[in-house]
Design a protein around this ligand. Structure first.
Ligand SMILES: Cc1ncc(COP(=O)(O)O)c(C=O)c1O
Length: 422
């Protein structure tokens, strides 16, 4: 049997189980990340922020009016998909957490991205005395507030979906919105952003280059807030806040989570902010009964190489002879977020990698069995259960977090269905 690193370097699918899971480890987090900055109270503050801004979001976006401005997704059983994956009920039950359908931004990135834009909005509003009372939130849609916001720029470096969420929200509130993207990012995402008044700056190279260039440009402008996908605690808290609604959904569906009823989650991972934020929030709500597994493309397993290497180094997948080429554009990231990796040291249950062919197979299967449309990145979680099948029992709940896809144009989705012939 080839060892893990040999298989990983050969771009073969691998599964890694975290030996430090549930161990007490010394945290190497920078001081300002500790305690209050990302602890339970901070996660609750993020949840409260979403609630405070909900009436404003309901006014800004017609699709949010019927849900009172709430940024949330369904938790749905997918029995036909479970059948098609040949997972017997002795393995437990399969569910989908449908972040692919999150309104306005169409991906998990709505959680972190909207939260950071709302937090910045709050700070600027306080600085300019725009907001006297909490119930005054709709005044931020009026001309005086928009006049102030228009002086500020909100910028981000993105593979696509984070740019979509930051760009759309920032532009809708009246900020100057700039999204730095790698030239390889999907064209339809760039076109959509431009049509919404967002400035898209293309950078030659990969996602890391786009973030680096964007960060550099933003540093020279004191009225620019740069959303840093690799380091932002605000993004992280936006993802983590999903735990409270998710807990409610499990209760409503009578899904028990305890020592006898484990909950296994499979979440696609790029730089690691979104899946780690979600896992962090769930850890604070459920403790050790939740087991989070991250899914990465075989050519871009940046989080896995970071976990294998330890926190004293910051490796890139290129160091392992991999090329970062994958149709899962949201996951095409060469180097992980250190904040995310540090937080996951003893919380993450494991990581597995997926070939592009499997992503498309599962994307097509989910559409044909359940009528659910997702993008390739969002299909990464479905092969996780296979690795665990012999460790599960009928009381295990499996949740695949489908992280994006509802905004994919029809012509693009037809190409996904026709793969490998496109
Ligand atoms: C659809 C989708 N899923 C998952 C992710 C991974 O998120 P992160 O890069 O924070 O790990 C992304 C990132 O853009 C994405 O677009």
């Amino acid at each position: 049997m080839p060892d893990l690193l040999t298989s990983l370097s050969a771009a073969l699918p691998v599964f890694w189980s975290n030996p430090l899971l549930n161990q007490k480890t010394q945290s190497d987090l920078p001081e300002h990340y500790e305690g209050n900055a990302i602890g339970l109270e901070a996660i609750r503050r993020a949840e409260k922020r979403f609630k405070t801004f909900a009436p404003l979001l309901a006014q800004l976006f017609p699709e949010l009016a019927t849900v009172n401005g709430q940024i949330e997704s369904d938790l749905v059983p997918v029995p036909a998909m479970q059948n098609a994956l040949e997972l017997p009920s002795t393995c437990g039950q399969l569910w989908v957490k449908a972040d692919h359908a999150l309104a306005v931004a169409g991906s998990v990135k709505a959680r972190g991205g909207f939260h950071e834009v709302l937090e910045v909005t709050e700070q600027i509003s306080q600085k300019h005395n725009l907001l006297s009372l909490e119930d005054d939130i709709l005044s931020l849609l009026q001309a005086p507030a928009r006049e102030v916001f228009s002086q500020y720029q909100i910028a981000v470096g993105s593979t696509g979906n984070l740019g979509m969420s930051i760009g759309v929200m920032a532009a809708a509130l009246g900020f100057r919105a700039v999204v730095h993207m790698s030239s390889e990012a999907k064209n339809w995402k760039k076109t959509r952003l431009r049509s919404l008044g967002v400035q898209v700056v293309e950078h030659f190279g990969d996602y890391e280059q786009a973030v680096f260039q964007g960060r550099l440009l933003a540093e020279s402008d004191p009225l620019c807030h740069f959303v840093d996908d690799e380091r932002s605690t605000s993004l992280f808290l936006g993802y983590a806040a999903s735990a409270f609604h998710f807990q409610k959904q499990l209760q409503e569906r009578c899904i028990q989570v305890d020592a006898g009823h484990p909950l296994c989650l499979y979440i696609p991972c790029g730089v690691g902010g979104a899946p780690s934020g979600i896992a962090w929030g769930l850890h604070h709500v459920f403790g050790r009964h939740v087991r989070c597994y991250f899914a990465e493309p075989v050519q871009s397993p940046c989080f896995l190489v970071q976990m294998l290497t330890g926190m004293t180094k910051h490796p890139s997948i290129y160091d392992f002879g991999l090329n970062n080429r994958t149709e899962a554009d949201g996951l095409a990231v060469p180097r992980a977020s250190l904040l995310a990796a540090e937080c996951m040291k003893s919380i993450l249950a494991g990581v597995f990698t997926v070939e592009d062919a499997t992503l498309f197979q599962h994307l097509q299967l989910l559409f044909s069995t359940e009528g659910i449309r997702i993008e390739p990145s969002a299909a990464a979680g479905f092969s996780g259960i296979r690795w665990l099948a012999d460790k599960c029992n009928p009381l295990t709940t499996h949740v695949v977090w489908t992280t994006g896809g509802s905004l994919v144009p029809d012509a693009e989705f037809q190409k996904f269905l026709a793969w490998p012939r496109f």
